[in-house]
Design a protein around this ligand. Structure first.
Ligand code: NAP
Ligand code: G4F
Length: 338
């Protein structure tokens, strides 16, 4: 039997690691692109690295991407590589645009220049950040975009480019408009992992204080392993299209803190408002959570809640993992790190 081949940019990121596992389990020949670093950071794929063909590459290097696509000749390309941190994009807007927007252009151009548009399907990691502060209570594929960060603006360029290459050149290219998804493999600087890490540290007896920015922000959090299945499903359809993947449930950052600390037997009570708001341990009275304006963004997206009806109907996709179960998994993984 001939194995299908897939090429994943950002294979050592959170989603790349879950997707590589998913594709290997399905019998794919998996190729992944990693950046050269002075200390290689392939921890997330350490257990499967020997089954993946790893290639050095960078989204900022067009010739490199062209050679990789030519040599690998994949049937499916999953473009997951990105400068993916929204707050960081305010500090590095040009770099974020280079990687997230122009990087996508370079990859699409490689497929076009190599005349591979009939043999290769393309998945683009689009984001619910595209909706920004669109004021819609629930967002779906019809909701107007209102990007509110350099990250979202760069992703919007990539989103339209994917649609353009689909229409102009007949490329099977799809956008997955994914709402936040987390896991034990989530980067430490995203709010979910930061909270899970702090809850575990307090439980271990460490003298630590969790400092956060906007506690009122609401996000629709799902589990990464459900979302990578959705990426794959999009490329198995006869026709390319754009799909929202989401759970349909939004909670605040404050709520996430309460649930994570509950996982280690600590109830949080909030006192004060704004910059003075503090989360105390109900049993001991010890302050555990404080607000630090360093984590405020110049503009924040206050409310994201997705409607994945289209993906449910057309792809048979659903978010299987319940939010509370995912938080328990993340805190428990942090506890076992010691
Ligand atoms: P992640 O953990 O930050 O992974 C990003 C990956 O991109 C890493 O492997 C990173 O490599 C790589 N990368 C960054 N800059 C690169 C460059 N210049 N050249 C090559 N590779 C580069 O992100 P994730 O959570 O897995 O997300 C995957 C994709 O989905 C991203 O495009 C993200 O923007 C998008 N997305 C994520 C979510 C979510 O909630 N997770 C939701 C919607 C969309 P290093 O390890 O070397 O940094
Ligand atoms: O965890 P976050 O940094 O995720 P954010 O900004 O929603 O972006 C993630 O999801 C997007 C999909 O919607 C992806 F496209 C993107 O690549 C990334 O994966 O922040 C979530 C919320 C924000 O409103 C933020 O202001 O939490 C708030 N927050 C409050 N305190 C904090 C903190 N965020 C971080 N990272 N750190 C804090 O201390």
């Amino acid at each position: 039997m001939i194995r299908k081949s897939a090429f994943i940019t950002g294979v050592n990121g959170q989603d790349g690691a879950y997707l590589a596992r998913f594709l290997l389990d399905d019998g794919y020949e998996v190729h992944g692109m990693v950046r050269r670093a002075s200390m290689q950071r392939n921890d997330r794929i350490a257990d499967i690295a020997r089954h993946i063909h790893l290639h050095y590459g960078d989204m900022t290097d067009a010739g490199n991407l062209l050679r990789l696509i030519k040599n690998v000749a994949p049937q499916e390309v999953y473009n997951l590589a990105a400068q993916s941190h929204v707050q960081v994009s305010f500090d590095t807007p040009e770099y974020t645009a280079n990687v997230d927007a122009l990087g996508t252009l370079r990859l699409l151009e490689a497929i076009r220049i190599l005349d591979m548009q009939d043999d290769c399907r393309f998945y683009q990691a689009s984001s619910s950040e595209l909706f920004g502060n669109s004021h819609a209570a629930v967002q779906n594929e019809q909701t107007p975009f209102a990007p509110a960060s350099p990250y979202a603006a760069a992703k919007l360029y990539a989103y339209w480019l994917v649609r353009n290459y689909r229409e102009a050149y007949g490329l099977h290219a799809s956008n997955g408009i994914l709402f936040n998804h987390e896991s034990p493999l989530r980067g430490d600087e995203f709010v979910s992992q930061k909270i899970a890490c702090a809850a575990a540290a307090v439980k271990r007896g460490e003298d630590t204080m969790l400092t956060l920015g906007n506690l009122d922000s609401r996000r629709d959090w799902g589990h990464a392993k459900d979302y990578v299945r959705g990426m794959w499903l999009m490329l198995q359809q006869d026709k390319p299209d754009d799909y929202v993947l989401a759970t349909g449930r939004a909670e605040t950052v404050r709520w996430f803190v309460e649930k994570a600390f509950e996982c280690v037997g600590i109830n949080i009570e909030w006192r004060g408002t704004g910059l003075d708001e503090t989360g105390f341990c109900v049993a001991s009275g010890r302050p555990l959570v404080a607000v630090d304006p360093r984590f405020y963004r110049p503009v924040d997206v206050g409310h994201l809640c997705g409607d994945a009806s289209k993906a449910r109907k057309a792809l048979g996709w659903d978010a299987a993992v319940k939010l509370e179960t995912m938080i328990e998994e993340m805190v428990s993984a942090q506890m076992s790190k010691q």
